[in-house]
Design a protein around this ligand. Sequence first.
Ligand SMILES: C[S@@+](CC[C@H](N)C(=O)[O-])C[C@H]1O[C@@H](n2cnc3c(N)ncnc32)[C@H](O)[C@@H]1O
Length: 293
Amino acid sequence: MTSPKATPSRSWRQFKETMSLLYLAVRPRRSRPDLVYDMLGTHNNLAEQSLFLNLGYWEKAKTYDAACLALAEELAKDAGLKDGQKLLDAGCGFGDASHFWSQSYKLPRIKALNITRSQVEIARERFGKDGIDFVEGSAMNMPFPDKEFDSLFALESSFHFPDRLQFFREAMRVLKPGGVLAIADFFPISQKISLSQRVKEWIGRGLWQIPKANWIDLKAVEKQLAGVGFELRSLRDISPHVFRPYKDYAQRRVKDPVVAERLHPLLAKSWGGPHSGLERSQYVILVLTKKGN
Ligand SMILES: C[S@@+](CC[C@H](N)C(=O)[O-])C[C@H]1O[C@@H](n2cnc3c(N)ncnc32)[C@H](O)[C@@H]1O
């Protein structure tokens, strides 16, 4: 199949995306994930029907949508989400996971928070009528009262938060005593790396706007969590079901002519290429409980 000729609007869009990518790569303060997601839009995505934006859990899944849904399911299972609970989804993307949790459990209206306005607007259109309140705002300073939620999920979003420790403090504030914070995310493994790996990682952190303060190993993160008063309930390393199968899938997926047509060529090259600099990491599901009254 030959791809259709590039229209001027597509070339213009790709030109603007190239400028954004260059800007993100060199931007010294890595604190604007909203610029990343504005640039990605809904077309720079490997999904089939959904608009999920995570690496997925691939133990049984064969497609990206199924893997992302499975990751949302694993997070809720580990967190012990129950019918009737008040849930906050921090860093909700286009709302696919919030929608899945609201359909799978009998929950009062879920709150779904996101810093990226363009995503909030689309999420509202897609799922606003389905028992979810999409709220524009930052996980650093959450627009919710104290002791409001039974559960707070951060599905592959906390790596972006400009000061993750501040997010942990906020989570402590908005959760009820005994409430659960559940995080699915990747954390770097402390090990010596070469200069070229370091450079790749620095560029990768720029493209994804990952602040240096967040690029710390799991032990350091656990210390931060304990310091603000969270008790560790479970920690599951799911790396083998995430990184490699995701990469295998992405390498095939970018060759699909329909997908290739919509992706920015640099993103297609990166997603379809070998492991990037951000993959000396472990992917974990962390579940914590708020101590105290
Ligand atoms: C990798 S995406 C994950 C989206 C969604 N959880 C999913 O699995 O599809 C990260 C999300 O975190 C959001 N985000 C980043 N920084 C944020 C912040 N400070 N407060 C709230 N949301 C934030 C981004 O806008 C994006 O929607």
